[in-house]
Design a protein around this ligand. Structure first.
Ligand code: SF4
Length: 415
């Protein structure tokens, strides 16, 4: 083992870790860090780490490709490092495991079966399994998805509003979360927004935290006006793949039920909604989510261009061939192929003046955020003015948000 240390560009390292995973000797972790939990459709199965400059990353460790990764975790004295091919490349920290991870709700459920931290925000998958997994005779789940394998393992399949509120408050108190993200699959009759609204009302009324929802695109787009009015701050639509033939092949349920065009209509509609329905003090962001590595990089770049052109912000995941899924034997993408996609993500958001990186203390481990990709852009200096404006806006928003939250918390403490 050579001990030469080279500190890598954290954004490039984060991308490479998504693509190659990490060989993990679990004894190195001791009792530290968060447990590896399976809770999300295609991503959240890994080890949560903190890279230099505050980047969070959920690193694949269980999938077969990770067993051949050039990356390993090394412990030197009390510190942890990442090594690649035997050379130390970066210091890392384990994401802290909060005390509430060992606690139960008053109904007796382990709190981690109700919600889990993904980076620094709370993710909740509040309802039964996505019905694409249970359709007869042939299931129609997205081929990369593991939701039908996860629920009931690390995630409870039914969660009450009281249980979720208890976990939200524990995560606010002990982990300082500022944002709660709800994620559902497809339910016959588009019932997902009806299911989520009681959770949203209580969280907004009792905590004032930022709330986002990621669901299929409701057929009645005016439902998003209502979400906006009740204080939702983010809506996200996962169409995953911009190439139409690939979309139909890999997302058969989404293709049959809604079609790619309805996803795009919903993104366009919601992006315009922020201006049409102003709600003082409540920011509004629309995301279009894609998975890089399931289609050629040019197609991902075209998706980014389309999403940003309508005023929405792309969320770009990296394809992870999860164990047990229909694509488990696919190869993960190459980081070199995806770097231009992520560089383009930063540039396109800045070119369109989109509000990236404004939410306070929201560090995301599951994806590279647009503002994290500056070093991957071809010509980042070109956007120095936009970058300066973005940082200033983030400070102002943080100050306003913290003031509002403190007022709310003080009111809650007043008998
Ligand atoms: S819509 Fe697709 S990705 Fe989402 S939960 Fe259902 S099968 Fe999984």
């Amino acid at each position: 083992m050579t001990t030469r240390r080279s500190i890598e560009d954290p954004a490039r390292l984060k991308l490479d870790l998504y693509c190659r995973g990490l060989q993990l000797d679990p004894t190195l972790l001791g009792d530290d860090g968060r447990p590896v939990l399976r809770t999300r459709a295609g991503l959240g199965s890994g080890l949560e780490l903190l890279l230099p400059t505050g980047l969070w990353v959920n690193v694949p460790v269980s999938e077969p490709f990770a067993k051949h990764s050039p990356y390993r975790l090394e412990r030197r004295a009390e510190a942890l490092f990442l090594s690649r091919d035997g050379v130390l490349v970066s210091p890392v920290q384990l994401a802290p495991c909060p005390p509430w991870y060992d606690q139960k709700t008053s109904s007796g459920q382990p709190m981690t079966r109700i919600g889990t931290l993904q980076g620094t925000y709370l993710g909740v998958y509040p309802a039964k399994v996505c019905e694409y997994w249970t359709i007869k005779p042939d299931r129609e789940n997205c081929r990369f998805c593991s939701v039908g394998l996860n629920l009931g393992m690390d995630d409870a399949d039914e969660k009450t509003v009281d249980e979720v509120l208890e976990v939200v408050k524990a995560a606010r108190r002990e982990s300082g979360i500022t944002y709660v993200d709800f994620n559902t699959g497809h339910y016959e009759g588009d019932t997902y927004l009806d299911l989520l609204e009681p959770f949203i009302h209580r969280i907004k009324a009792e905590t004032g935290l930022l709330v986002g929802v990621q669901t299929p695109p409701h057929r009645d787009l005016s439902r998003y006006d209502h979400l906006r009015e009740i204080g939702v701050n983010r809506v996200s639509f996962c169409f995953e793949i911009f190439d139409r033939a690939r979309f139909a092949e890999l997302c058969p349920g989404k293709h049959r039920e809604y079609g790619l065009d309805h996803y795009l209509d919903a993104i366009r509609y919601c992006a315009a909604l922020g201006k049409r329905v102003p709600v003082p003090g409540e920011p509004w962001v629309t995301n279009g989510e894609i998975i890089a590595g399931l289609e050629p990089p040019e197609s991902s770049i075209a998706a980014i261009d389309w999403i940003t052109s309508v005023g929405a912000i792309p969320t770009v995941c990296v394809f992870r061939p999860l164990e047990g899924t229909d694509l488990a034997d696919w190869d993960p993408p190459e980081a070199e192929d995806l770097a231009p996609v992520f560089g383009h993500l930063y540039e396109a958001c800045q070119r369109h003046g989109l509000p990236i990186g404004l939410a306070p203390n929201v560090h995301v481990s599951l994806v590279l955020l647009p503002e994290e990709c500056r070093s991957l852009a071809q010509n980042p200096e070109r956007y120095w003015r936009a970058e300066l404006r973005r940082r200033l806006q983030a400070r102002v928003f943080r100050w306003m948000f913290e003031r509002r939250l403190k007022r709310k918390e003080m009111r809650a403490c007043t008998p």
